[in-house]
Design a protein. Structure first.
Length: 543
């Protein structure tokens, strides 16, 4: 489960929001796809022969070559040992299915000669005998110094150990070799996390709490909550608590129309939902409209108000054994949360190989946006620097911050700037400033809530299974050289804004890399290979 961030994370969120504001976000969400596409850190801008003679010594790039499987890189493909929890150095081997995995080759060098690239395997692959040339089977870009083969079923590898070897030379006759070794096995039905498409119902309508934004006795903004439904979705009340909605809209705000809904608060709620779903889908390699390709995960997210969406009342728990022809749906709720609990979100289990459906709904499970707001409010109240940062951005919308903030729907420009006819070129300057700040808040919060949701769903899909491959995905491997301090049971902290790292309450006192919150959250290469069905995770070994 992802636990509620402590003060450093809330501070990081504020910095991320402020930095995003400085970047000038302007518009509603764009139809884009975000996906991890490689673990290689090499590139090549090899010059032509004519230009090579003018290369200066300080920009000369020596010849280098690497090969890996499933874009894992040397860190995760078994090429290098790791330090286990008992302090010993251990080696591991990844297990991949007979087909569908990728072999990835990268090279660089000022005088690298791509025409000399050779790739071979020590086993037969279809009509190619062991040791025969395979380079013609790879898609490649000599400009980028990359080649990849996604092994098709007609060239399935045999079970057991497999080694691929790559070789390349440069124009001076220097040569480099690289190898990667791994194991191949059957992806049995009970080990296949996405043998059947996994549908997830995303709920924004859950009503378990009465939530409000107010000033405390010291005059500071705070978020209060009572475990009592009041007929208003908790998600909508959370938006109101953040100044992103109101019950007292102006006549113009009530008349604004966009996204097929009417009213400023309804428009912002719809916009935020779209941002969250955009980022949630992008984390799993899925386009905004649900379109997918060979790199997408076999999961589908649907909102409760979409045509054909399943009904919460029809949810039935199902435990799969690999013999089923149909799979039920899972569900996750966004909004609310018990402010007395230290969690930003909770999933029922780390479901190894995704063999269960899950109902991650309240009060105990789901994504708790009330708690997220409460944490930020607590930080603002106790730290002048954080309050200054918050005021720069949120002060325009939250009156309790004392900067003259006006909630969405109550400002005289909101009817204009939220309507589908809004044109920044002709709008009053103050409306443009408010519109840009609003876009920044929605896009940044949508990205962060999308990452929180992807994290909790990730647990339900089997992330992050403990033990080294092939029995796990290094969940809880806190002593491994490639993990950071937010690696706890069920989590892994690797470079960048990693979706499956633990929240700071699981690792108190650990500093936050603020810069990472400015980018998109991603699954690390090992998690992604598992989600793409290119890596097999075996049952956990006996204690």
């Amino acid at each position: 489960m992802l636990r509620s961030p402590l003060r450093p994370l809330a501070f990081a969120v504020l910095v991320a929001l402020t930095a995003a504001s400085a970047a000038g976000c302007r518009t509603p969400p764009r139809d884009v796809r975000t996906r991890d596409i490689g673990a290689s850190d090499v590139s090549s801008d090899a010059p032509s022969d004519a230009a090579a003679d003018t290369i200066k010594p300080d920009v000369f790039v020596p010849l280098a070559l690497s090969i890996t499987v499933d874009e894992l890189g040397a860190t995760f493909d078994g090429s290098t040992p790791y330090t286990d929890e008992d302090g010993s150095s251990k080696r591991f081997r990844v297990l991949v299915p007979r087909a569908g995995f990728t072999v990835d080759v990268s090279w660089r060098g000022t005088r690298a000669d791509g025409a000399t690239l050779s790739i071979k395997a020590d086993v037969a692959l279809g009509d190619r005998a062991a040791g025969s040339e395979l380079v013609d089977l790879f898609s490649r870009s000599d400009k980028d110094g990359r080649a990849q083969l996604r092994l098709p079923a007609e060239r399935a590898a045999p079970d057991g150990a497999v080694t691929f070897t790559a070789r390349i030379a440069d124009l001076d006759g220097s040569q480099r070799d690289a190898t990667v070794s791994f194991d191949v096995g059957e992806l049995r039905p009970e080990l296949d996390p996405f043998r059947l498409e996994d549908r997830w119902l995303v709920l924004f309508s859950q009503d378990l709490y009465t939530i409000r934004s107010e000033r405390d006795s010291a005059g500071e903004w705070r978020v209060a909550s009572e475990a009592k439904p009041n007929g208003v979705a908790d998600f909508l009340e959370d938006l109101r608590a953040a100044g992103l909605g109101s019950e007292n809209e102006t006549a113009a705000a009530k008349a604004a129309t966009r996204y097929g809904v009417t009213g400023a608060s309804a428009i912002v709620a719809e916009w935020m939902k779209r941002e969250i779903l955009t980022n949630l889908r992008a984390a799993y390699g899925i386009a905004v409209d649900g379109a997918r390709d060979a790199d997408s995960v076999g999961i589908r997210f649907v909102r409760e108000d979409e045509a054909g969406a399943p009904k919460l009342a029809d949810y039935v728990y199902q435990k799969l054994d690999g013999s089923e022809s149909t799979r039920g749906f899972s569900v996750i709720a966004i909004g609310g949360g018990d402010l007395a609990e230290p969690f930003l979100g909770r999933s029922r289990t780390v479901d190894r190989n995704n063999l269960q459906t899950e109902d991650n709904i309240g009060p105990g499970y789901g994504v708790f946006t009330s708690k997220a707001l409460s944490t930020v409010a607590g930080l603002i109240a106790g730290d002048p620097t954080s309050k200054s940062l918050a005021t720069v951005l949120l002060g325009d919308f939250i009156a309790a911050l004392g900067a003259g903030g006006v909630a969405v729907g109550e400002h005289p420009h909101d009817g204009l700037l939220l309507d589908e006819a809004y044109d920044e070129k002709t709008a009053p300057p103050l409306a443009v400033v408010r519109a840009r700040k609003l876009a920044t808040v929605i896009q940044t919060l949508g990205r962060l809530v999308g990452a929180l949701t992807a994290h909790e769903v990730g647990h339900a899909l089997g992330l992050v299974a403990e033990h080294a491959p092939p029995f796990g995905l290094f969940g809880g491997a806190a002593k491994a050289e490639f993990t950071g301090p937010r690696t706890t049971p069920g989590h892994i902290d690797t470079d960048g804004f990693n979706i499956m790292e633990a929240g700071p309450s699981s690792a108190p006192g650990v500093s936050i890399n603020i810069a990472q919150f400015l980018g998109a959250a991603r699954f690390n290469p090992l998690n992604l290979a598992y989600l793409r069905r290119r890596l097999i995770v075996l049952p956990a070994p006996a204690p």
